[in-house]
Design a protein around this ligand. Sequence first.
Ligand SMILES: [Fe+2]
Ligand SMILES: [Fe+2]
Length: 304
Amino acid sequence: MSVRFVVVTDTHYHPTALRDWGAPKMLTRSREVLAASVPAINAVEADFIIHGGDLVCGGGSFDLSTIDYELSIQDVAAEYAKLRAPIHYVPGNHDSDAQTGSFERLFETFPIPRLLDVVDVAPGVRLALANIYHAAPLIGRWSDELDQALRRADAAAREDHCALLLVLHEWILPNLVRPGDDDDVGCIEGASVLRDTLIDCTSVVATFSGHRHVNRLRLWRDIVLVDTACLIGHPLGFREIVLEEDGFLQSHFHVLDCPDLLEASRYRSSREANERYEGEELDRNGVLLAPRLQRIWAWRQRQS
Ligand SMILES: [Fe+2]
Ligand SMILES: [Fe+2]
């Protein structure tokens, strides 16, 4: 048995952008990216799709009016209705109405978790979809409520011998920590609490985040951490993930077939910055043993 899925994040659709905003984003070409992404994702023939948040450009940075926010949501929903595999979402910090901080229109249109939703997506595989903005619209926080909900989901998954994939918008593990920085710079508030919880929650085999628009694939302790770059600029792609029967997790990074758009995005940043967004080869196209997955699926195979 193997399970194949797509991870796409930080698509940042903006229907009326007059400029591209911060690199690598190419917001003036949002429509083109949205239109190109759906057939590219469908071509993977995945069992399911995960969206890591920042579907649109609300939340405070992009001068998005309420009318354009609502239009954004309608456009994205209409295009994603053409996806052939079920898609599961978590909210990002740019998914609220910039005027009110409300996510209500998003909740009305997409199946967005209020706190933590658990969804069976394949035999022996469940998603734990976390809303890290449930208490404050713009601050991603691993709250006590989320912590307790994940612990309950883990207890149920262990009982059922299922693997849990935790999906949340912001990073769990820091990367560049400079002298004077907080140890968890760039991470979700409460990252150290979440990491302790992940150590305890042994059904969580992998986590999936976006937000920082950087590709990274790491085995941290016995958990695979997958951070994925944006789909609105360089490196302009999404991941295909395969969970293999023997417990390996394989990533293949697909780049949208929009070469001039990719080139225009790349032109906006230094080579070093672009290399940071895209990550190393193994951050895009790596294969890692997922030890917890291997243990859970070995047990299931012995029972079948
Ligand atoms: Fe983003
Ligand atoms: Fe974000």
